[in-house]
Structures are given as C-alpha cells and as structure tokens.
Design a protein around this ligand. Structure first.
Ligand SMILES: Cc1cc2nc3c(=O)[nH]c(=O)nc-3n(C[C@H](O)[C@H](O)[C@H](O)COP(=O)(O)O)c2cc1C
Length: 346
C-alpha cells in the first residue's frame, strides 16, 4: 500500500493512542513485525513550535521508528502548516491531521472532531497545510487525515468529506467507524466505512475501530473494501497482532500466537525500551499500567501482574518476569490454573 509517495510494507497501521503509542511502544510493535506505519500521539501545534518539553517527548522518533507519521491537531487559528514543517524536519514521513478526537480538551478548542462540523473551513485549512508541506518536502511527504463518520447520526459527513479531502490532495483517509457523540460506545460500523471507500476515487481508505484480533483485519477489509486497517486498543493487549494479521493477509491463515516465554521476552524488551527512551517516572508508570493488559493473554499470572504493577524500578520488574520463564513454557501460550497451583506448591 502507498500513502502518496510513501510505500508501506504492509497495509497495517498502528493507531495514535494518546498516552500509549509512544516511541518505546512503536518500536516494540515494529520489532514484533507486520507494522506498515506507526503514528505519534496527537501533537499540539503551538506547543511543538514553542518547544514545550512534553510535546517534544511525544514527537520523539529515531531510525528504529520508520516510517513514522506525526499527527497534528488544531484549527484554522493554529499554526498547523508551520508545525507540519517542524514535524518533517524532525523525522515525520507522513503528516496526519486529527479530525476525530472527541475529547473536550481538543474539541472545545475547535480541533479534532470539531473539524467535522465545518467542512468548508476544514478544507481551507487542509489546502494551506498541503501547500506548505509540498513546498517544504518537494512532494515527498504526504498529508493524511483521520476522521470519524460524522459528529452524530444526523450529520454523517464521512463520504462527502473524504471525497473533498481527496480533491484537495489528501493522500489517504483513516475512518474510525463511529460518530463523535458515540465516543467509544457501541460497535464500530464497518459497513459505514465502506460508504467512505465507495465515495473516494483512488486514494486508500484505512478502516479503524474494534479490530482486536488478527482475524478482524480480513473481516473489516471484506465488509468495507478498505485497503488498510489501523489498530489501536487491540495492539495494547497483543502487540503481535500486526504480525499475525500480516501472515493472514499473505497466507489466509492467522499467524501463530507467541508462546508464554515469547510473551515474557516481549515484556522484557518493552521494559528495556522504556528504560532507554522514556523519562522517569513515566517509564515505570507506563509498564505498571500496561502489565494487566499483557497479563490478560497469559493465563494464571496474577502474582506476576501484581509485582510489576507495584514495582518502583525496572530491575524488580525484570527479575519477576524472568522468574516465570521456564523451558517447557516455550510450548504453551498461557499458564493453566493447574500449572500455576503446581508452581505455588514447589
Ligand atoms: C486512550 C485513547 C487515546 C486516543 N488518542 C488518539 C489520538 O491521539 N489521536 C487519534 O487520532 N486517535 C486517538 N484515539 C483513537 C484511536 O486512534 C482509534 O481511532 C480508536 O481507539 C478506535 O480504534 P481501536 O478500536 O482499534 O482502538 C485514542 C483512543 C483512545 C482509547
């Protein structure tokens, strides 16, 4: 799949998830395989240009994190074109405009999903961003948009907006199959994503919403006809979902689930990446919060989750994860209650 001039090895995209899809997590997902491109969390254009440290941390990238898309949010009053140029100069291969965030902090400032409410003004803003990006990158950096179906059921603008965005020069549109007022409730409407696919001429439409297992990738593509699939929350629990889905798209069979020991190695790698790239204490807190998601796929590992969740340093986390790795756990993907009881008894 291509986003304008940028070739993606797979049509599988790691979603921006504020607070989660940071540099360590993006590298982790890429190393596990199958990721075509990953996006930063949404970035505030003014904060980036003012050099606010928190925003600079969110925009952090490196050679192990390519290709990366940087996602910007804001409205016509904000310096979005200038922030896009900053992003290109700091490693972005793709600029994405957030048109779907329902959170008050963003939408109340007329950014995110608010852009769905005044499409003519949004298109004028998009024109300015694309002109600036094209000039600065000599056409090498595409601009993409991430939208929802519309503000509410009564104002579904997804298909018409996507068509207009394509005419304006947007290289691809990602559609989260919910309205803004739905936030994350109910189920993503994959058929409605298909209406956006039908509305555009030739740019790729990327379907998004409720893909929590690799098999859903094929289903979403079939139902909607979308060319690519973006995965968010599903990847937080199973970051190997991209590789499983890549194998599915290539062979028709979902790729294998990692063994229990491989999952432990994955957690150890994530700890190393946090240790290397995250600020303290954010890195520690990040793993404390994530371990219960990882643990959900590992069977009876309550003590492991508890130790990592309450650990105050990375070394304690590493020691506990290593303690659970045993040779025969190369053969299983989770720990049964019986085996756990046996381990306790020893
Ligand atoms: C905690 C959280 C933070 C999110 N942050 C962003 C964001 O920064 N930018 C964005 O475009 N979407 C954001 N999203 C939306 C996701 O990218 C995605 O569209 C949505 O979660 C549906 O996909 P999923 O079911 O695969 O998670 C966020 C979602 C959640 C739950």
């Amino acid at each position: 799949m291509h986003l304008g001039p940028v070739h993606l090895e797979t049509p599988l995209l790691l979603a921006p998830i504020a607070g989660y899809c940071d540099l360590p997590f993006r590298i982790l997902c890429r190393e596990l395989g199958g990721v075509g491109i990953a996006y930063t969390d949404l970035l505030n254009s003014r904060a980036l240009l003012a050099g606010v440290q928190k925003s600079l941390n969110l925009a952090q990238t490196n050679g192990m994190d390519q290709p990366v898309g940087m996602q910007l949010y804001g409205n016509s009053e904000d310096p979005l074109p200038e922030a896009a140029l900053w992003a290109i100069d700091h490693g972005a291969r793709v600029i994405d405009i957030n048109m779907g965030c329902p959170v008050d902090k963003v939408a109340k400032k007329n950014g995110g999903s608010l852009l769905l409410r005044d499409c003519p003004s949004t298109l004028r803003l998009v024109d300015r961003i694309i002109a600036a990006v094209d000039r600065h990158s000599h056409g090498r950096v595409p601009v993409t948009a991430k939208i929802r179906l519309g503000w509410d059921e009564g104002s579904i603008v997804g298909p018409s907006l996507a068509r207009d965005l394509e005419k304006a020069g947007i290289a691809a549109v990602t559609v989260h199959g919910r309205t803004t007022v739905q936030r994350f409730s109910g189920q993503a409407n994959w058929e409605a994503i298909g209406e956006v696919v039908a509305a555009v001429d030739s740019i790729p439409v990327i379907g998004n919403g409720d893909v929590t297992e690799a098999v859903h990738v094929g289903e979403l593509m079939k139902v909607s006809g979308c060319q690519g699939v973006m995965i968010g929350r599903g990847a937080l629990r199973t970051p190997w979902i991209f590789e499983q889905a890549r194998i599915l798209l290539e062979t028709g069979e979902v790729g294998p689930e990692p063994s229990f020991n491989q999952k432990c190695s994955m957690i150890l790698r994530h700890i190393d990446l946090l240790d290397r790239y995250a600020e303290l204490p954010f890195g520690i807190r990040s793993m404390q919060q994530r371990i219960s998601r990882y643990g959900k796929t590992m069977g009876h590992v309550k003590p492991l989750k508890e130790v990592v969740r309450t650990a105050e340093d990375f070394e304690t986390m590493r020691r506990e994860v290593r303690r659970w790795m045993m040779p025969h756990r190369d053969q299983v993907s989770s720990i049964s209650r019986g085996e756990y009881e046996l381990q306790k008894a020893i």
